[in-house]
Design a protein around this ligand. Structure first.
Ligand SMILES: NC(=O)c1ccc[n+]([C@@H]2O[C@H](COP(=O)([O-])OP(=O)(O)OC[C@H]3O[C@@H](n4cnc5c(N)ncnc54)[C@H](OP(=O)(O)O)[C@@H]3O)[C@@H](O)[C@H]2O)c1
Length: 350
């Protein structure tokens, strides 16, 4: 087999993390990679262009525990971490992939990865008139999350009231815009004035508040939802979920997309008002986007026209270079990202 060896910078996982993730839990290392893969190996060598920073990655840093499905795919200490990214095929030993193909899907956090393409985990990119970086967010896993979570789990109807937490983030900004397109009344919470301004002025939310400045979340929600909440798109958990339950209307739906406020805690916080879901006939449903990725082409058909017509907009927070990846990932858990956090590994498509 032909060889063409290149240096390959990687983001290495030091060891299982207890408590808040810090940059020192990750380290940048350089190794080498052969850019040629054997014919018939069913693998492809890809050059990574963009990497997606996603909150669930913190849960993959927990020590594997058979009783916790969150740790089923824990990272391996001493090895590069992995996640979703946009990449270009450099060499292929797989009949369905050829040099030059653009993909989004599971890759290592490194300059080059050897992947074994798997349907519903690796998708070819056919639409390049839109920003390629969007395949880490709007047109990638977070976009599918907003689509499946809102339309499949929340069962929305025109005129309903919708609350979204972490609303300016990768998923939240889309859920709010989908809900507005459906004719719902939409309020979002976020952790800074800049984010609240984005929600109201760029994403078209009807109202928004900075939860860090509210001493009483129940009062803030009552102020924004005098008639109560029909749909809660749950991204944060903790005290926000408790306050939301108090404000849910009968037969309300809560899509439990994620609970980022709990991911770094050694002991999760209690939810005190859960007992009320019986009296209010509330449906709380968790979901995992992985179960909906077979609907990806349906999603693209839905969302691309809105994007091209400017009816949906998407804000990204771009960190430059693999060296900046640890800080970008850690920043998610401190609200440093404004919009979808991604890392540019290379803008060079050649
Ligand atoms: N179910 C699935 O398949 C699936 C798929 C993708 C994502 N998710 C979940 O969806 C949620 C949002 O993900 P994303 O990718 O869109 O992330 P994101 O909102 O772009 O970034 C994370 C944001 O969470 C907020 N945050 C961080 N710590 C917090 C805390 N202690 N309390 C309240 N808010 C906090 C911060 O915004 P503020 O400045 O507003 O605090 C931060 O910017 C996460 O819970 C994630 O796990 C689930």
């Amino acid at each position: 087999m032909e060889t063409m060896v290149m240096s390959n910078k990687q983001v290495i996982f030091r060891d299982y993390v207890i408590g808040f993730l810090s940059e020192s839990d990750l380290l940048i290392n350089s190794t080498t990679v052969n850019l040629k893969v054997p014919a018939g190996s069913m693998t492809a060598l890809v050059k990574n262009l963009y990497l997606s920073c996603d909150p669930y990655m913190r849960n993959r840093m927990r020590k594997p525990d058979p009783s916790s499905p969150a740790t089923a795919l824990s990272f391996i200490p001493g090895k590069p971490i992995s996640g979703f990214g946009v990449s270009k095929v450099v060499d292929s030993g797989h009949p369905d992939y050829k040099e030059g193909d653009l993909l989004w899907g599971a890759v290592g956090w490194e300059e080059y990865s050897v992947i074994t393409p798997i349907p519903n985990l690796h998708f070819k990119i056919h639409h390049t008139d839109v920003p390629l970086s969007h395949y880490t967010g709007l047109l990638g896993m977070p976009g599918m999350t907003a689509y499946a979570g809102f339309y499949e789990i929340c069962s929305p109807k025109k005129g309903e009231t919708v609350f979204v937490s972490a609303a300016s983030g990768a998923v939240g900004q889309l859920v709010g815009q989908f809900a507005k397109l459906m004719g719902c009344y939409v309020v979002g919470s976020a952790g800074s004035k800049e984010k609240v301004d984005l929600l109201k002025n760029k994403f078209g939310f009807d109202d928004a508040f900075n939860y860090k400045e509210e001493s009483d979340l129940n009062a803030a929600l009552k102020r924004c939802f005098p008639v109560g909440i029909d749909i809660y798109f749950e991204n944060v958990g903790g005290p926000m979920l408790d306050a939301v339950i108090l404000n849910m209307r009968p037969h309300g739906r809560i899509a439990a997309c994620g609970m980022i406020s709990q991911y770094n805690l050694q002991i999760p916080e209690a939810v005190y008002n859960l007992w009320l879901i019986t009296y209010k006939r509330i449906c709380i449903q968790g979901f995992n986007t992985i179960d909906y990725l077979h609907k990806y082409s349906e999603f693209l058909e839905f969302v691309l026209p809105y994007l091209r017509e400017g009816k949906i907009t998407y804000v990204e927070d771009v960190a430059d270079g693999l060296e900046s990846a640890p800080a970008a990932l850690v920043g998610l858990f401190h609200g440093k990202n404004v919009g979808k956090q991604l890392v540019v590994v290379s803008r060079d498509l050649h």
